[in-house]
Each structure stands twice: as C-alpha cells, then as structure tokens.
Design a protein around this ligand. Structure first.
Ligand code: URA
Length: 218
C-alpha cells in the first residue's frame, strides 16, 4: 500500500486546532473523522474513535474496529466486545467508567464475497495512528492503560512487545507515572477451537482484569 505525504492532512489540521487552543477530546474526535493519514479510510465506513469518560482513570486499547464497530461507529460492540464486556463484569469493572479505544481507528479488511474479513494493521498503519491515541492519552491522563493484544501493546510501547512474557505485569508508561498492563485480545479467545482451552484462557483474561481492578483501587 502506498503512503503519500499529502495524506497526512487530518493530523495536520488537528495539530493546528491544538495550537489554536481548541484541543479537547471532542475536538480531537471531530478531527479524526476526516483522517486520511493512511489509506485505511478508503474502505472503512467511518473513523471509530474511543468512547468513555474524558477523565477516566482506566483506559483500554484494542487493535482496530471490526465489522460491527465499523458500522456502529463505536469500539468493542461486536463479538469481541461481548466477551470483553462479560470479562469486565466478572472482574468487577464497570464499562461506563472506563475509556475504550483502539490503536488503529479504521477497519482494515479483505472483501471475500459479501464478507469483510479482518486484516491485521501493519506497522506503518499502527505508527501513523499513534498520533490519535497519543492525543487521547494526553487529554484523558489515565493512571492505568490496558493493552488488549499485540497491536495495542506495540502502539503504546512504540516497539513490539512479547505478550506472554509481559502479560499481567504493571509497567511504567510515559513520564507522568501512568502504568500499562498487557493482556490478550478478546478475539484470541474467540479463535480457540477447544472448549477447554477457551475456558482456561478466558479465566486467565479475567484474572488479568482482576489485577487491573485491584491496581486501580490502590
Ligand atoms: N477488536 C478490536 O480490537 N477493537 C474493536 O473495537 C473491536 C474488535
């Protein structure tokens, strides 16, 4: 895929708005609607920006919107979102108090007949979209950021992070005392074929979220 310099228009607009003192989460969300910084906007229905309280102390980052999210314009409302919601409840975390977003804000897919099959965003797309997630982090200033899967971890850390080795550990993020915890992406649980594996891995996912809940209380 070609990336042209003139496709960086939207972040430049948002940077100008910021310089003019107009930066707010809703301002950034508005700017993101017109993002053409990489070609993913072409196939997607819309930009799916994060949602949740602008002063949330806990922020979750997924990979990118899926088919359902692309249509709804909201993160984690499809099958992965349903598992995520169930695990949050089991861990004692109320979704209405957390901010949920994605590393990449447009749905990347491959058309197969009528179906749109998810395609992983590549490093360049993740890097380009870091501009938006950085604004979300700056404006929300969460204490704890949870990376759901490798794309989110890569976006937050700025480099590849081995999920299994770093999983469930509270790590420093940035310079303002915030911490990050890496866990698996809920879609990983959906891909497991054996019931036994699904149950075990779901339990591990809930345990990671319980750790998040207890770290938030401290
Ligand atoms: N997967 C993600 O990473 N994010 C969503 O919003 C939905 C599915």
């Amino acid at each position: 895929m070609a990336y042209q310099q003139d496709l960086f228009q939207a972040p430049a607009d948002a940077a100008q708005a910021s310089a003019a003192g107009k930066t707010s989460l809703s301002g950034v969300r508005d700017s993101a609607r017109a993002c053409r910084a990489c070609p993913l906007w072409k196939g997607a229905t819309q930009t799916v920006f994060g949602e949740g309280p602008s002063d949330a102390s806990l922020l979750f980052v997924g990979e990118q919107p899926g088919d359902a999210e692309d249509i709804a314009g909201r993160p984690f409302v499809g099958p992965a979102g349903r598992i995520f919601d169930r695990a949050l409840v089991e861990a004692g975390i109320e979704r209405k108090y957390v901010y949920v977003t994605n590393a990449v804000k447009h749905f990347k897919f491959e058309q197969r007949g009528k179906r749109r099959l998810h395609k992983r965003p590549d490093t360049r797309e993740i890097e380009i979209c870091r501009w938006w997630i950085s604004r979300e982090l700056e404006l929300i200033e969460p204490n704890l950021v949870v990376a759901l899967g490798a794309t989110a971890a890569r976006s937050l850390a700025g480099r590849p992070m081995p999920i299994e080795r770093s999983r469930g550990e509270l790590m420093p993020l940035g310079s303002n005392g915030a911490r990050m915890l890496i866990t698996v992406h809920p879609s990983y649980l959906l891909r497991l074929r054996e019931e036994e594996d699904r149950e075990r891995e779901y339990g591990r996912f809930v345990d990671d979220l319980k750790l998040v809940a207890s770290a938030q209380k401290r």
